[in-house]
Ligand binder design. Structure first.
Ligand code: ADP
Length: 374
């Protein structure tokens, strides 16, 4: 039996029980009360304790007439009430179960793969809340499905390009079009390394997305970590003639977390700054301690980001200029992994830019440890 019918019958049973109680109690109490009132009226007319001859007979007759009219009235009104109860119960039960029926149909469509379900909540009660939660669930499923499809397409695309290059080099070597010298083999090796980097990034990304980024919990000095990454990259900055300035606190600043992962985030941001800043530009690294957080900022005078790009750059495989990034080995995963790492350290990562060719600043924070180590 459907929920609507169950509700319908339950209303009907309640109405019938109520009507039954009204009929029985009226049938028992009304004639007795009527007779009592008649006697009382007769006595008032003829004095206390006295009744006119034949008056009892009249009262009995009146009683019988009253009972008959009462029964007729009860019979008719019960019939009318029953019809009204059936119609109203039917309409009310259908109305209450309407959102449930809609939800049921919509979930069937989701099972069949259609995630674009949006139902209109018609009330503010629990059912309205259920419809809103359902819409939210459908939206999340739709987003996950879209991301899954994009991920598959992106991974395929990213793997195809270096493999096609390797294939072209090998064909060139086989046909004798390319010389089998060190340079050719180096080109092939570069493509292989690109594939290796991509696979490493993908492994990390999948671990991060599954919440399985295993972070070490050690006491780290943010100043030392930043300095070591800066010094490691300095030769590449010098080679490209980009000034790399640092504004770091003189004393160590500690936080609890994974120094290798935070180094990876800094390396990613500084490599990007190097990559997207033309020669003669400047990159500035700043580290400040703010209440409970450490604040890292990486400002560059590079190609900048438009306001349309800013919301997307932390999304996986997002690259503003796909061809150029691929040339330099970027797959558009670095910032996504950085975001997971930073968030796992209780911090946030974000980017600011005044617009294209106006430079950009990448910020991230990590939760600071509440003690000072000497
Ligand atoms: P990639 O490996 O392609 O650099 P990321 O995830 O690190 O991937 O960066 C995503 C995209 O964000 C880059 O392809 C680039 O378009 C943009 N981006 C990152 N850093 C900068 C920067 N400092 N200046 C301008 N654009 C940047």
């Amino acid at each position: 039996m459907t929920l609507a019918w169950k509700l319908f019958f339950s209303y009907l049973i309640v109405v019938m029980v109520g009507a039954g109680v009204v009929i029985i109690s009226t049938a028992y109490t009304a004639p007795a009360e009527f007779s009592h009132q008649m006697h009382a009226a007769g006595m008032r007319r003829h004095g206390q304790g006295r009744m006119e001859a034949g008056q009892d007979l009249l009262i009995d007759e009146l009683n019988a007439d009253f009972r008959k009219s009462l029964n007729t009235a009860l019979f008719r009104s019960t019939g009318t009430a029953a019809v009204a109860a059936v119609v109203i119960s039917f309409l009310v039960s259908r109305r209450i179960t309407k959102p449930i029926r809609q939800l049921s149909r919509a979930s069937q469509r989701i099972v069949a793969g259609s995630y674009t379900e949006v139902l209109t909540p018609h009330s503010q009660d629990e059912l309205g809340q259920l419809v809103r939660s359902f819409n939210q669930m459908a939206a999340n499923l739709s987003q996950t499905e879209t991301m899954r499809q994009h991920l598959l397409a992106d991974v395929t695309h990213e793997l195809k390009t270096p493999l096609a290059s390797i294939n072209a080099y090998l064909e060139g070597l086989q046909d004798g079009v390319l010389p089998s010298d060190a340079e050719t083999f180096q080109q092939i090796q570069q493509e292989v390394q690109r594939l290796q980097r991509l696979i490493q990034d993908l492994q990390q990304l999948s671990r991060a997305e599954a919440g399985q980024l295993h972070l070490k919990q050690e006491t780290c000095d943010a100043v030392a970590i930043t300095e070591s990454v800066v010094e490691w990259l300095r030769p590449q900055y010098e080679e490209k003639a980009i000034a790399l300035n640092t504004y770091l606190p003189k004393k160590p600043i500690y936080f609890q977390g994974d120094s290798d992962r935070i180094s990876q985030v800094i390396l990613n941001l500084l490599s990007n700054a190097l990559q997207y800043t033309p020669s003669q530009g400047t990159v500035t690294v700043q580290l400040t301690s703010e209440k409970q957080y450490l604040h890292f900022a990486f400002q560059d005078t590079g190609i900048g980001l438009s306001s349309e790009m800013l919301p997307f750059i932390f999304m996986r495989f997002y690259r503003v200029d796909k061809s150029r990034s691929r040339e330099s080995g970027g797959s558009g995963i670095g910032l996504t992994i950085a975001k997971y790492i930073v968030e796992a350290h209780g911090g946030q990562i974000w980017a600011e830019s005044a617009g294209l060719n106006k430079g950009s600043t990448f910020h991230f924070t990590v939760r600071q440890q509440n003690f000072s180590k000497t």
